[in-house]
Write a protein that binds this ligand. Structure first.
Ligand SMILES: *Cc1c(COP(=O)(O)O)cnc(C)c1O
Length: 398
């Protein structure tokens, strides 16, 4: 059987829409009836529901996961001369927002089993920046680039953006401890990990500020662009709320700081309210799919490693194999969708060439990018579909 008969989807948005179509339609019609398209009552309602779900004091919904990261950095007044530590093995947005503010991304390699920021290397990277010594750990050389016109010696460690890659939380116990010792802020890029857990706490609540994305393909997606910030710090929350509407003070036309237009549409909030109702069940279904995959594949490829006390949201089910090319071809021949996240670590991207990293810096990220790929993952995969996918890997031609 080929997939045009089976129709296995990489992300199961059609099946999800079918399940809740009448409720979504009702919510959209309610917005059309009241007409409050910007910051309508659904936005306020969603923020309250998300605060309960994540277990934080403040939720600020916004225009995208990228803008959530940008506003988090703006809340800390990040700018030129600031070093912000992050992973080179992520979607470009994580590091892009640092550069957009004129600050400097400082990459830290990943753990080979979790694919998340390696705390031991983070400690070395902070030391290397403080001492301006690339013998301790690879650091950018921005003095060679006219874009910055600042010297490496002027770089000050300010903060960390940790990413919960593929839905698995980073090691916040150790990351927050390193941050505390060095007076750094920690932002959790939870774009892929909404619904995941670390030691009994939900993602979004694991750092000073948590962010997420409601891009349709993420575990908790809307029908367009959207995102949110989470924090227990009321002062930061007030500042982010102001930044979200052009730095407004007590009225819209009293501007107290530089901000952006970063609001979530009322229509998207309305859709997310309905999706949140089925989300816990969807999370369980994702876990079951992952369990089945791992049972079937453990002897054939490197299956995902979930440390004790962690729960993934399974944004992606990503496996590693030296035979990635032949396996992916076997899937392609059967028209079953698979994908590579990420084929190129960020220090290899032209956009970041001004940091002057060497190609073989961050070898774990480089090696991972050569062997990793992701299988179809969503709550609506049937046992039959899962077994067919497992069999493609088991029976691939060598
Ligand atoms: C998707 C993603 C983002 C950006 O989210 P958008 O809503 O698309 O702007 C940021 N970081 C990571 C890790 C992501 O996967």
């Amino acid at each position: 059987m080929d997939n045009h008969q089976l129709n296995i989807k990489f992300i199961g948005l059609e099946a999800q829409q079918k399940r809740i179509y009448p409720q979504i339609e009702k919510r959209i019609k309610a917005v059309l009836a009241h007409g409050k398209y910007i910051m309508g009552p659904e936005v306020i309602e969603l923020e309250r529901l998300l605060a309960d779900y994540v277990g934080v004091r403040n939720v600020i919904t916004c225009s995208s996961g990228t803008d959530a990261l940008l506003m988090a950095l703006m809340a800390y007044d990040v700018g030129p001369g600031d070093a912000v530590f992050t992973t080179p093995f992520s979607f470009v947005a994580t590091a892009e927002v640092i550069s957009l503010l004129g600050a400097t991304p400082v990459f830290v390699d990943i753990d080979p089993k979790t694919f998340n920021l390696d705390p031991e290397k983070l400690e070395l990277a902070v030391k290397a920046i403080i001492e301006n010594n690339s013998a301790i750990y690879p650091i950018p050389d921005i003095s060679r680039d006219s874009k910055y016109r600042i010297n490496n010696r002027e770089l000050i460690p300010r903060g960390i953006i940790a990413v919960d890659l593929f839905g698995l939380p980073a090691d916040y116990g150790r990351i927050n401890a390193i941050a505390g010792k060095n007076n750094l802020f920690v932002i959790e890029d939870g774009a892929q990990s909404f619904g995941a857990e670390y030691k009994g706490k939900k993602t979004g609540s694991l750092a000073d500020i948590g962010t997420t994305s409601f891009f349709p393909a993420k575990p908790f997606g809307c029908y367009g662009d959207g995102g949110a910030l989470f924090t227990d710090n009321d002062n930061l929350a007030a500042k982010i709320k102001s930044i979200r509407v052009h730095g407004a003070g007590n009225t819209k036309y009293n501007n107290i700081q530089i901000g952006i237009n970063g609001r979530l549409d009322t229509l998207q909030a309305a859709i997310l309210i309905e999706k949140l109702k089925i989300f816990p069940k969807e999370m369980e279904a994702r876990s079951q799919v992952a369990e089945k995959y791992s049972e079937g594949l453990v002897d054939f490829v490197d299956t995902p490693f979930i440390p004790d006390g962690y729960k993934s949201s399974w944004a992606q089910y990503s496996i590693k194999s030296e035979n990635r090319k032949t396996i992916m071809k076997a899937f392609k021949d059967r028209e079953i969708p698979v994908a590579v996240y990420y084929p190129k670590p960020l220090h290899h991207q032209t956009a970041f060439s001004f940091l002057n990293y060497k190609s073989d810096d961050f070898p774990v990220s480089v090696d991972t990018s050569k062997e990793i790929f992701s299988l179809p993952m969503h709550p609506y995969l049937s046992h039959t579909e899962i077994n067919i996918i497992i069999d493609v890997i088991k029976n691939r031609p060598l």
